[in-house]
Design a protein around this ligand. Structure first.
Ligand code: CA
Length: 229
């Protein structure tokens, strides 16, 4: 039995069946909700480990569910939506979604995203882990020291803050606004340009091939993700 419990929020029966069959075949525990009201009820009464959320629900917009959920929980949310515009992705990610899959989605991709969530949750369990590791990357929070394959990397305070934000959210796409809000406390358009400069400098210091980054993935027009190495 898989230890991850999943809430599937989807009004389209055929998509819902595809998801539950997939989850069942891979031994995930799951519940389903067909509209926003029952989704919220399931979230409050069962508190699943992860939510697979459709945005176009009969009684409310999935984005509103994310916003409501975020007032009390950090529970991972993977949006699975037919809305494929960058603007829709950004709205959902800004509201607090962890990831975004566009319909029609591949079952393998869905399973891969669930594994990312699973690894992230597993890492969160021993709380306040003093050293974060991801492949060759180590962040020693106590000493505020960053190492790559044992070599100490000198970062500016802002670069360090940025790296720690990514480390806290490995595998998750962070939008430009999400990042600038947390690093500079606001999100002016000019900050996106500044962020790009910081990212370039982080990559230069941390990637073997800054032109072919492995650690930091760019989502053009949306934001960045720290990959699990
Ligand atoms: Ca729908």
């Amino acid at each position: 039995m898989n230890d991850l419990s999943v809430l599937v929020v989807e009004d389209d029966a055929s998509v819902r069946n595809l998801m539950t069959m997939t989850l069942h075949a891979h031994q995930y525990r799951y519940r389903t909700a067909e509209d926003g009201e029952s989704a919220i009820l399931a979230l409050t009464s069962h508190s699943p480990d992860v939510v697979l959320l459709d945005l176009g629900l009969p009684d409310m917009d999935g984005v509103d569910i994310i916003r409501r959920l975020r007032t009390w929980s950090d529970m991972p949310v993977i949006v699975i939506s037919a809305r494929s515009d960058d603007a829709d992705k950004i709205t959902a990610l800004d509201a607090g979604a962890d990831d975004y899959l566009t319909k029609p989605f591949s079952v393998d991709e869905l399973l891969a995203r669930l594994r990312v969530v699973q690894r992230r949750l597993a890492r969160l369990l021993p709380d306040n882990e003093p050293v974060f590791t991801n492949g060759a990357l180590e962040i020693d929070y106590g000493a505020a020291e960053v190492r790559m394959a044992g070599r100490v990397i000198a970062l500016t305070p802002n670069e360090y803050k940025l790296l720690c934000l990514f480390a806290k959210n490995v595998g998750r796409v962070l939008t430009h606004t999400y990042i600038t809000d947390r690093i500079w406390g606001n999100s002016l358009d000019s900050d996106v340009a500044t962020l790009r400069v910081f990212m370039a400098s982080l990559r230069k210091k941390m990637e073997n091939e800054p032109s072919q980054p492995k650690l930091f993935q760019t989502h053009v027009g949306i934001g960045y993700r720290m990959n699990k190495l």
